[in-house]
Design a protein around this ligand. Structure first.
Ligand code: CU
Length: 163
């Protein structure tokens, strides 16, 4: 008895794949128009703490650089650990966008900050906002860096290339 093959039908998977390809083609062919983009970037210090009767104070110090802070047990046996970070620490824009970053100091007295690739250098103080605006004229990944809280207080501005 001969083996007969079933008539071929488009599987759900193939239909979905075709739809996805069409969507990607539409996205890629859309003209990339430069936009004005605004982000608030907070200087913050997430913190955790506990008492030594529940968890011992760590015997190994955290890496140096000023970004990580450990406070040894106080009179009540409570110890704390924290890290200075930017929030958010990753920002994505398109090449050509006019980017405004509004840095706001929440934790830490001051943060000497540079965005070397776009010629920005300033000191952010607690309770202050510092706004910078520049054209993201080149694609790549560029740091926004606090000089006193490393390695944790380094953010990345990701500029996607023009298609
Ligand atoms: Cu800092």
């Amino acid at each position: 008895m001969p083996v007969t093959s079933r008539p071929s039908q488009p599987s759900v998977r193939n239909v979905l794949a075709a739809g996805l390809l069409a969507a990607c083609a539409t996205f890629q062919s859309a003209p990339a128009s430069a936009e004005s983009r605004f982000f608030t970037v907070l200087a913050v210090e997430p913190r955790g703490g506990v008492t030594t009767d529940r968890e011992p104070f760590p015997t190994q110090p955290l890496p140096g650089g000023g970004g990580y802070v450990t406070n040894p047990p106080n009179a009540q046996g409570r110890w704390e650990v924290s890290a200075y970070v930017w929030q958010p620490s990753q920002i994505v824009v398109n090449q050509g966008d006019e980017v405004t970053l509004e840095f706001v100091g929440i934790n830490g007295a001051e943060h000497p900050t540079t965005i070397t690739a776009f010629g920005q250098s300033f000191t952010l103080k607690r309770g202050h906002a510092h706004r910078v605006t520049f054209r993201a004229d080149r694609a790549g990944m560029f740091g926004f860096v606090c000089g006193t809280h490393q390695p944790s207080m380094t953010g990345s501005l990701i500029v996607l290339p023009k298609p």
